[in-house]
Design a protein around this ligand. Structure first.
Ligand code: PGA
Length: 249
């Protein structure tokens, strides 16, 4: 049985004061006997602050991106080794906002996942279709293409990744995929993992992301192949994030 994972994606939000308040409120509200894993993926400049606030707690630290390169002339990039020094356990790779605004290709995303895995950081690999792609019945084709690139580059350690299915049309829009719609795509991804490795199919957590909130979390998380959530907006409010964590337990 896979444990659930609830990961907050803070995106470009936060401040020293807000982060401290938010983390303290989440930690204070978490049930000590909870089974679900919890992580927050913060802007890189705050990783040091969060390492101090979260080390030894039940909240793991994540970054929102990672370089595919080891080191050198890559202005603005952060290597896996650097992130590791700040206690980073998860790295989001291939978020749709990075694919869209920074031109990240499937191959670039796959290489980022590879760099994370090589350093012992778990990549949270985001896949998902746009509204136009869903409307033209391309959902399956798109998510399979995105995941295939990651499997191709990381076949031998594919069971070590986390996948997040995030339909682009549901991100930050308040429109959520219904549990059945999400489950259908998760099942496709699970089958694709199975074709690569039966161990991976069994182990890999497939998260749903896209307007998951306190009200819809329980029904989404009750689906067979939905193993957690990647939460944007609702991860910035302690009460909402705590309700989602509670729904995962
Ligand atoms: P949202 O974002 O929960 O605000 O829709 C999810 C994400 O982009 O990871």
């Amino acid at each position: 049985m896979r444990t659930k994972l609830i990961a907050g994606n803070w995106k470009m939000n936060g401040s020293l004061a807000d982060n401290e308040q938010l983390c303290k409120a989440i930690l204070a509200g978490m049930n000590t006997s909870q089974t679900a894993g919890v992580a927050v993926c913060a802007p890189a400049v705050y990783l040091s602050q969060l390492q101090n606030l979260l080390s030894g707690t039940a909240i793991a630290l994540g970054s929102q991106d990672i370089s595919s390169h080891e080191k050198g002339a890559f202005t603005g990039e952060l290597s896996a080794a650097m992130l590791k020094e700040f206690g980073v356990r998860y790295a989001i790779v291939g978020h749709s906002e990075r694919r869209q605004y920074h031109g990240e290709t499937d191959t670039a995303v796959a290489l980022k996942a590879k760099a994370a895995l090589a350093a012992g950081i778990t990549p949270i690999v985001c896949v998902g279709e746009s509204l136009a792609e869903r409307e033209s019945d391309k959902t399956e084709e798109v998510v399979k293409r995105q995941l295939a690139a990651v499997i191709h580059e990381n076949g031998h350690c594919i069971s070590e990744i986390v996948v997040a299915y995030e339909p682009v049309w549901a991100i930050g829009t308040g429109k959520t995929a219904t549990p059945e719609m999400a489950q259908a795509v998760h099942a496709v991804l699970r089958a694709q993992l199975h074709a690569a490795s039966s161990v991976a199919a069994e182990r890999v957590q497939i998260l749903y992301g896209g307007s998951m909130n306190a009200a819809n979390a329980a029904s989404l998380l009750s689906m067979a192949d939905i193993d957690g959530g990647l939460i944007g907006g609702a991860a910035l409010k302690a009460a909402d994030f705590l309700s989602i964590i509670a729904a995962a337990n």
